[in-house]
Design a protein around this ligand. Structure first.
Ligand code: CA
Length: 457
């Protein structure tokens, strides 16, 4: 553990200062400037659900309030739907605030101070942010703020967008076809520039995986940048950036408005991959275990609701509202139905199974926080030199057991009455397979690293 901290602390000191200015509000993305948005923009549960469950001594929450941060992208849907459909209130959490965060750096800063300091108790996170915050790797003064990972919020719903100037260059899922072109740009002193809004987490990891699978070294052959989300489209239009690792609903606008095209969806890179997570401050959870399970029950019910295809039109209406994404519903609707215009003469994808999904999949339950998937994020962090190789000693078990609270998820699921078939028996989802044929066996993460050609580890 000390290795984990000391090695990465120096590295994260650099990125923490970048991210404070580098990650900004996603609503401003794709030519849709925000109006007046601040971290204090919140939504408090308006009305308790008419079907509130009868609470017992076992299930009455210690507090009915919690403040949960979100970023206005599809990953936030379970939080927003639980709030708007009354699923939090149904389990006694009548005073939940769902609070829009200006960017990932703000979310981190706000969880560091907690709701008592005007911040948040937890909410939506990219991985492995809850680990980075727990270990003090991206916090102010490297303060360790222990957090618990409680549930996976979603799979899929992310992708790699490319500027229109790069059409016709064979930039797609298989980047080996564009490898010579990309490497040539670097040799000409005009490197391909690809951006994300927060370093060393999902967006960064997806773009790195995709490039490296095609034989392109993300550290040597391209320039990777942290770019404020509000600037991404302007940068793509003006030619100061060629690629962007992005989340729904933005691809529809990037393609629809002729700004660029989609090279790959994350559902193509790794079907049913882990995306973002619900995580909260450990001190809040330790103090409020019943309230935590009530929140989890609300999230799970929202996830089940989100995956009923017939609910997706209503879901689009809710998500697109002013309090949340603040975009026209018709921007949100197609992708919720798995309709992805890809651009650059690629066929449109129309497949509900390629959409953001929240509860169930052919890989089983999506909400359960598999420890094996946390291990992949830590392994991929080691791959790129973000964490020391010693992190993976004993498969990072001590660290993952400290942060990942799949036990609470299971208790909440049982109280909710989730079918036993939907409650995973194991903390491992087993073998993971990627589009390029690589495999991640959570029993042997070092073998996965050894199988990869391009890596820093
Ligand atoms: Ca994401």
């Amino acid at each position: 553990m000390s290795n984990f901290s000391s090695f990465s602390r120096r590295r994260f000191l650099v990125t923490a200062s970048m991210s404070a200015t580098g990650a900004i509000f996603l609503k401003g993305c794709v030519g849709n400037p925000p109006t007046t948005v601040t971290d204090t923009s919140t939504s408090t549960s308006a009305s308790p659900s008419p079907s509130a469950v009868a609470l017992t001594a076992e299930t009455t929450p210690e507090t009915p309030t919690a403040k949960l941060g979100f970023i206005p992208i599809f990953e936030a849907a379970p939080l927003i739907i639980a709030q708007e459909k009354g699923f939090f209130a149904k389990y006694g959490m009548t005073g939940v605030e769902v609070s829009k965060q200006a960017n990932w750096g703000s979310a981190r800063d706000n969880v560091e101070i907690g709701s008592a300091g005007g911040g948040i108790d937890g909410g939506q996170w990219q991985m492995p942010m809850p680990y980075q915050i727990s270990e003090g790797l991206i916090t102010k003064n490297n303060t360790k703020i222990p957090m618990y990972v409680l549930a996976m919020l979603n799979t899929q719903g992310n992708g790699i967008a490319i500027a229109k100037s790069q059409e016709g260059k064979n930039i797609g899922l298989d980047m080996s076809k564009a490898r010579d072109y990309i490497k040539g740009l670097k040799q000409e002193g005009k490197p391909f520039r690809a951006a994300y809004t927060f370093p060393k987490a999902n967006q960064d990891l997806w773009i790195r995986y995709w490039l490296a699978a095609g034989g392109i070294d993300p550290d040597a052959d391209v320039d990777l940048l942290t770019v404020p989300a509000a600037q991404t489209v302007a940068n793509m239009k003006t030619g100061t950036m060629e690629g962007f690792s992005t989340g729904d609903p933005w691809p529809a606008r990037i393609v629809g408005e002729g700004i660029g095209f989609m090279a790959a969806l994350t559902s193509q890179i790794w079907p049913y991959h882990p995306e973002e997570y619900l995580a909260m401050r450990a001190d809040w959870v330790d103090k409020n275990p019943k309230a935590t399970k009530a929140l989890l029950k609300g999230i799970m019910e929202a996830q089940q609701w989100c995956d009923v295809e017939a609910n997706r039109s209503e879901m689009a209406t809710i998500l697109s509202g002013a309090k949340y994404f603040n975009v026209p519903a018709n921007i949100v609707t197609p992708m919720l139905k798995g309709e992805y215009p890809m651009g650059d003469k690629q066929p449109e994808i129309k497949d509900f199974q390629k959409a953001a999904l929240y509860w169930n999949s052919p890989r089983g339950n999506l909400s359960f926080p598999y420890k094996s998937l946390d291990l992949w994020f830590l392994t991929e962090s080691v791959r790129w030199g973000f964490l020391p190789a010693s992190t993976l000693d004993n498969n990072a078990k001590a660290l993952i057991d400290k942060v990942n609270r799949s036990d609470l998820w299971k208790e909440a699921a049982q109280e909710l009455g989730v079918a036993s078939a939907d409650i995973p028996a194991s903390d491992s989802r087993g073998l993971e397979k990627f589009f390029d044929g690589k495999e991640f066996n959570p029993e042997n993460p070092k073998a996965y690293l050894e199988s990869l050609t391009i890596k820093r580890a």
